[in-house]
Design a protein around this ligand. Sequence first.
Ligand code: 13P
Ligand code: SF4
Length: 326
Amino acid sequence: MLNTSSERRKNGSDQTKLVERILDLKRKRNAVILAHNYQIGPIQDLADFVGDSLGLSQAAAKTEADVIVFCGVHFMAETAAILCPDKKVLIPDPHAGCSLSETVTAEQLRRWKSQHPGAVVVAYVNTSAEVKAEADYCCTSSNAVNVVRSIPEDREILFLPDMYLGAYVQKVTGRKLHLWLGECHVHAGILPADIKAIRQRYPAAEFLIHPECGCVTSCMYYMADGDIPSNGTHILSTGGMIKHARRSPAKEFIVATEVGILHRLKKENPDKRFIPVDPEAVCQYMKMITLEKVLTSLEDMVYEVRVPEDIARRARRAIERMLSLA
Ligand code: 13P
Ligand code: SF4
């Protein structure tokens, strides 16, 4: 906590110096900095590209830089390493994991597949490389519906690991899916009661909700029943929220996802108001990445994320199938 204005000024100038050193090293190393929408503001501000999981994989696949500094969580950096085997992919903190990706292991998936021989496996991008290697398709929150729609109607589908995203896709596509019962602790904590209360407080606001939220299935149910007005409710990936807020004429938005996204929403739309459903919806893994760690990452070229080639080859197939549909 900074108490005096001189402490705050010093902190501001320290941060400017840190950013200058990062940018200088970035040029020397021919590196690119990719940041997820949930990263802290200063990291988003210095990144070359800020986006959702899909946008970040596309940016990684296209970059001509020699080094990718991935400011996000481990599975995202792994996806970049799988797509760019000739580049050095660094994550500034190797402990930045994801509670959702940890709900399923490759061994558990192999067992599930053996109970449904011939089923098509769709794995959300929030999974380890080993799990992706066992999947037929990868998907993200912004293309899960299209991925499932691209699979012939008569095929059985195993969808993992997020049950709320799976239930959402099931509802939108009308396809019956087998769902893995995984959840993200940040999004699962956003509950229907929180939504009801906040929507009553801001009746004119549009409602933006991430499909991983614990309330998404009940929100769809309430929308179908007319209890929640469906015209102001939008179920979107983090990237979809950014695009929607830019285009919408609305002036107020209730946002149901991790609060890191508010930085970009506010920065790009200074005349609009964004209200988090839960100001405590913070992903501690995303917040492990700091400016100091980004600097160390570029100085010492740490921590490199590598995926063994046999796993990468199989995981790449699932990711590339997804990218070809995007
Ligand atoms: P997006 O793909 O919508 O950015 O979501 C990633 C994620 O980890 C959500 O918690
Ligand atoms: Fe994983 Fe949840 Fe954090 Fe997203 S918000 S990275 S799903 S733990």
